[in-house]
Design a protein around this ligand. Structure first.
Ligand SMILES: Cc1cc2nc3c(=O)[nH]c(=O)nc-3n(C[C@H](O)[C@H](O)[C@H](O)COP(=O)(O)O)c2cc1C
Length: 323
C-alpha cells in the first residue's frame, strides 16, 4: 500500500518521514518512526560532542534494524563542530541516509555519494529544489509557509509549492509543512509528491522527549497561534506564540539585528522550554498544524492511523466520484 518512489529509494514500508528536529529527534523517536514503517531522521547538531553523536547513532542502530537517516544541519548557527566532522561521523558509523537543510549541500554531495549515502535535501522554494537536483541529491523535501522550522523568505504555502516543485524536478519530492494526518497525506500524493515529511505531528507522541507541558500546549493550540520570527535576520522561523515569541515578532517588525534578538531567541532558552517545560522561557518551533493535532499518541498510532484512514479515503473517493 502506498508504494512510491520514496518507499523504493529508501526501502521503507510507507512514504512518511519524520523530519530532523533539533533537540527532539533522538534515538527513541527516530527508531519508533522507522520501526513503524516510516523513515526517522536523527538530529545531529543537538549533540555537543562527537562522542555523543556517535553514541546516539549507535543507539538508534540498536533500537531498529530498519533504515533511518541523520540531519545534516547547514543553517548558519553556532555549531559544536564543522560540517565535515559531522560527515566523518556519519560515514564511519555507516549512516545510509542524510537529510540536509539550510544551505546548498553542493560542497558535501560528492563525498556523501562516493560512500553510497542517499541525500534528501530540504528546501523552502522551487529554485532551491532545482539547484539541489542539479548538484546530485536523491530527493527533495519541500516545505511550505505552514511548517515548523524555517519556511524561507517567500511565504508560499504547501498547496502551491508542492505541485510546482513536483513539476520542476525529476527526482522524488517529499511534501512538508502542514501535513499531519490521512487527509493531508492523500492530498500530498494528489499534489504530485511521493511522500510527506512531518515534524509537528511527531512532537505530540509519547516517544518524543519534549516536556509533557509542551505537548499539552501543542494539542490545545489553535492554527492561529503560531508566528514567524527572525525575518529581519533573513532566516524566518515559525514558533508557537508565547511571551518571547511575541517579543521577537515585535522586534522583527522593527528590523532587529541578530545581537538584539539573541537574548530572546537563544537556543539555551529554547531548551529550557522544550525539555524543562518552562513554556515562557524561550521560543519553541511548531507549525500551523498545531491547530489540527488534538491528541498525544504513540508514533505507531500516528503512522498506522494515517495509512489505514488514507486507504479508506482513497476507496471512498473512488466509490463516490466514479459511480
Ligand atoms: C521542534 C522542531 C525542530 C526542528 N528542527 C529542525 C532542524 O534542526 N533541521 C531541519 O531541517 N528541520 C527542522 N525542523 C523541521 C522539520 O524537520 C520538518 O521539516 C517540519 O516540521 C515540517 O513541517 P510541519 O511541522 O508542519 O510538519 C524542526 C521542526 C520542529 C517541530
Amino acid at each position: 500500500m502506498f508504494k512510491t518512489r520514496i518507499t523504493e529509494l529508501f526501502n521503507i514500508k510507507y512514504p512518511i518521514i519524520a523530519g530532523g528536529m533539533h533537540l527532539l529527534s533522538r534515538a527513541e523517536l527516530v527508531a519508533a518512526v522507522s520501526n513503524a514503517g516510516g523513515l526517522g531522521i536523527l538530529a545531529s547538531t543537538t549533540f555537543e560532542t562527537k562522542e555523543e553523536l556517535r553514541q546516539e547513532i549507535q543507539k538508534t542502530q540498536s533500537l531498529t534494524d530498519k533504515p533511518f537517516g541523520v540531519n545534516l544541519n547547514l543553517f548558519p548557527m553556532m555549531r559544536p563542530r564543522s560540517v565535515d566532522e559531522d560527515i566523518d561521523i556519519f560515514i564511519n558509523e555507516g549512516v545510509e541516509i542524510v537529510e540536509s537543510s539550510g544551505a546548498s549541500p553542493e560542497p558535501y554531495v560528492p563525498r556523501l555519494k562516493e560512500t553510497g549515502v542517499k541525500i534528501i535535501h530540504k528546501v523552502p522554494a522551487v529554485r532551491f529544489a532545482r539547484k539541489a537536483e542539479s548538484v546530485g541529491v536523491d530527493a527533495i523535501a519541500v516545505v511550505g509557509f505552514e511548517c515548523a522550522g524555517h519556511p524561507g523568505m517567500d511565504d508560499v504555502p504547501s498547496l502551491i509549492l508542492v505541485p510546482l516543485t513536483a513539476d520542476a524536478v525529476k527526482i522524488p519530492v517529499i511534501a512538508g509543512g502542514g501535513f499531519c494526518d490521512a487527509r493531508s497525506f492523500v492530498a500530498a500524493l494528489a499534489l504530485g509528491a511521493d511522500g510527506v515529511v512531518m515534524g509537528t505531528r511527531f512532537v505530540a507522541t509519547y516517544e518524543c522527549i519534549a516536556h509533557p507541558k509542551v505537548k499539552e500546549w501543542l494539542v490545545k493550540a489553535k492554527e492561529t497561534e503560531t508566528v514567524l520570527i527572525d525575518r529581519s535576520i533573513g532566516l524566518p522561523m515559525r514558533v508557537i506564540k508565547n511571551k518571547p515569541a511575541e517579543k521577537a515578532h515585535e522586534m522583527d517588525k522593527r528590523g532587529a539585528s541578530l545581537e538584539e534578538l539573541l537574548p530572546v531567541i537563544s537556543g539555551e532558552l529554547g531548551r529550557k522550554a522544550w525539555i524543562e517545560g518552562d513554556i515562557d522561557a524561550g521560543v519553541v518551533s511548531l507549525g500551523m498544524t498545531v491547530g489540527r493535532i488534538h491528541e498525544i499518541v504513540s508514533v505507531k498510532e500516528v503512522i498506522q492511523g494515517i495509512i489505514e484512514e488514507a486507504k479508506s479515503i482513497c476507496e471512498c473517493l473512488n466509490s463516490t466520484l466514479f459511480t
